[in-house]
Design a protein around this ligand. Sequence first.
Ligand code: GLY
Ligand code: MN
Ligand code: MN
Length: 461
Amino acid sequence: MFSSKIYISRRNILKSKIKSGIILFLGNDESPINYSGNTYQFRQDSSFLYYFGLDEPGLVGVIDVDENKEILFGDDVSLEDTVWTGPMPKLLEKRTLVGVENSQPKKNLHDYIKRAILLKKKIHFLPQYRAENVIKLSSIIGHPNSLVNKNTSVELIKAVVSQREIKTKEEIAEIEKAVNISHQMYKVAMKKIKPGLYEKEIVGIMEGLASSKGSGISFPMIFSIHGEILHNHYHGNIMKEKDIVVVDSGAESLMHYASDITRTIPVGGKFTKKQKDIYNIVLAAHNEAISNIKPGIKYKYIHLLAAKVIAKGLKEIGLMKGSIDEAVEQGAHALFFPHGLGHMLGLDVHDMEGLGEDYVGYNNLISRSKQFGLAYLRLAKELQPGFVLTVEPGIYFIPDLIKIWKEEKKFTNNINYNEVEKYLDFGGIRLENDVVVEEKGYRILGKKIPITVKEVEEACG
Ligand code: GLY
Ligand code: MN
Ligand code: MN
């Protein structure tokens, strides 16, 4: 964890933004797999981690803004518990680590909140993504389960986003540690991917590295010879000589900051001419996007720049036609690039997505498009120094989408369906790096992971 000063300062800033009431941060509890004693790897809530730093179950953090008081609610483990867990620090020691001056047993939380409600104080809480936390909150604040996520504090959401979206140098260093774990994962993957192996044989090695070097993976790995399926978590295919594999994966640093990296790797070690042509278009879009990142520019603009590079490249090889500007404005390129260019990255791989994507990626100056493709852009607003984000363009040949668009005669001015149909068994290509916005531009985080055709083929050896 960071020093207590950092958590104290984060909470003080939050207090200055939320003028009154009580702020309630529920930590996560253990989550059972198939019976209560057999649990998933514990993952603390990221906002709790950000303000209270403690990476363990059974805790609730309260910031009483009106009384300028912070309380950690939790319980010391009993002697009997320590037979199973080993000696555990006391609540007093835990709160001291993160500079909190008060602690109380968990059973007092209900009364504390009840009293505040009687005094007509506002209880601020964030949206909940775990069912058991919805139930807990429901019992603490007395709202029915179905209303908990409707009664969240927009004031708190906005305040938390405004803090967590600007990464400090300590946080950037943590994200960079995670990217450097990814660096090792990709170097090994490029060496080990071979025709005849199951996808999961490499997935296992990569996940093992993430666990041995950090806190494990930051999201379930996408590793597939069917890269055209954007979030494909099936790893049971045997890889063949001419296949390409989309490998989209991330690691967590020990403090749970995430990386999120994608490479597309030729199973036989060399790309075919057809694969290389598409690959280089994606790489050009990636490079064009990154080189334009700077404070003050809208990420939607960067997304559209990448889309134009993709449309132009596809026109050059005969898959698209007509005006590139018009094609991108109307969304014709989304047949091939149907997702957003990227998202914020931090304690969550899609940082703060649990608070509501639009609070994170949009604001009162820019709202989400309804156009297919652009609608999936998670980050559109103006960039600021300290934002850490992903840049992840891709080109995919999705047979069902191509078939339906052709039947519906969509964008026939911009798409050569007869040529596109020659790529129905191509799969997909995506490339992704993690970038910090700096005062004067940008920096790609971490050690360089092979990305050009030449670098990837060399790394495949
Ligand atoms: N987790 C997939 C991605 O955003 O890259
Ligand atoms: Mn990714
Ligand atoms: Mn990503």
